[in-house]
Design a protein around this ligand. Sequence first.
Ligand SMILES: Cc1cc2nc3c(=O)[nH]c(=O)nc-3n(C[C@H](O)[C@H](O)[C@H](O)COP(=O)(O)OP(=O)(O)OC[C@H]3O[C@@H](n4cnc5c(N)ncnc54)[C@H](O)[C@@H]3O)c2cc1C
Ligand code: HEM
Length: 404
Amino acid sequence: MMLSSDHAATVRATIPAVAAHGAEITGEFYDAMFAAHPELLHLFNRGNQANGEQRRALAGAVAAFAQHLVSEESAAPFQQMLSRIAHKHASLGIRPEQYTVVGRHLLEAVAKVLGDAVTPEVHAAWSEVYWLFATLLIAEEARLYQDAGCSAGAAYRTWRVVDRVDEAEDVVSLVLEPADGGKVPAHRPGQYVSVAVTLPDGLRQPRQYTLSRAAGNGVLQITVRRVRAEDASPAGAVSTFLHEAVRPGDELEMSAPFGDVVMEDDGDPLVLISAGIGITPAAAMIDHVAAGRPGRRVLAVHADRSVRTHALRAQIAEAGARIPGFRQITWYEDLDGAGNDADADVRPGRVDVAALPLPPKARVFMCGPIPFMRAVRRGLIEAGVSEERVHYEVFGPDLWNGAA
Ligand SMILES: Cc1cc2nc3c(=O)[nH]c(=O)nc-3n(C[C@H](O)[C@H](O)[C@H](O)COP(=O)(O)OP(=O)(O)OC[C@H]3O[C@@H](n4cnc5c(N)ncnc54)[C@H](O)[C@@H]3O)c2cc1C
Ligand code: HEM
């Protein structure tokens, strides 16, 4: 993938200006695009618009792609970013023709924010950057839709809630089966679905939820933490709706499973490190090992506020009991009430990576808030784990991109 040579020099010269104004450009872009296409408000996450995370993610991706095009550096970090975006887009049913709309508004926003600096030459060079990126994403998304057996933009089906389980304080699992009588799609441990709901104010909003059990039992399960209002942050729109309004018998729009942070069946020892609701991918992985390869060694490390907020504890204990090489270490900020189970290895405070009995050649999967994962990753690397064996999932736009 290359820029035409006359455009490469222009892009190289203007990357600093575009990167420096990235969030301003994408802010302008979203405002103009939503004004011209209000129907797209039903597609984008209103929370990520309000807290600015989506505009930073888009700006970061475009700047990283431009940098990748004009530098000699390895393509690996870019491939990882591309794959993540394509999976997210596919779960949302993004269609190729929508790239024309986004491209027009994004390039107009660059022109508006940078003003006279955007000569026809600069415009043409950045248009090429955009369309190279778009082409890669469209191709990858087409492949994902095909693998999932759905056409572009038709990722959603109607599912019926067959069970609702209180897992912990403010956490419920919803168990779903297809309402259309169709088949339950296969998924790999670590994958997620997009769930789209129509909120009381009429706005449709999609969110991603990890499938918290292994595939193969005729249903899908998601596990949702209710995001409570806190200081200046309002309560989460979709998680509150799912907690308050969804009961067995209700129907939900849900996409096919997507997501590229998945466990391979290679037999390497697994180390799963999670915090809070980040336990959902670990729960699916443990369930998958118990069902298919119980000979695999698994170290499950979890951090939570207390035993009361610790979700999927019973499911993981049941699956772990079927894996002879399963070990679990849990850290609670508040140990109150955690002393009932004599077998459990429960410790106070925060995860101490240096204290972990890390098996050699382990595959590590992390999921939790970015500062938590950053600290854990540093500890793992200090303990000699190689970087390419550490995988992570972010429960929001990826504003980390793996960097220390
Ligand atoms: C790949 C992936 C997998 C995931 N898996 C799970 C899972 O298994 N379980 C799970 O529970 N979640 C999971 N999530 C997170 C989930 O998708 C939602 O982000 C989460 O449920 C919150 O959605 P919400 O609509 O309730 O909150 P939102 O309404 O989206 O709010 C999110 C945050 O933004 C803040 N915010 C919203 N509006 C404003 C405003 N106007 N001003 C300031 N701040 C604002 C809110 O206070 C809140 O802190 C996953 C996410 C991803 C990307
Ligand atoms: C080259 C073009 C595009 C780029 C570089 C791009 C980039 C991104 C990035 C970086 C994310 C965040 C991914 C993450 O979760 O980490 C994202 C999410 C998203 N994109 Fe795109 N995108 C492009 C085109 C489009 C198009 C054409 C649409 C459809 C109109 C679209 C709709 C969305 C939506 C709805 C999300 C999720 C938003 C959220 O959760 O807040 N994108 N995109």
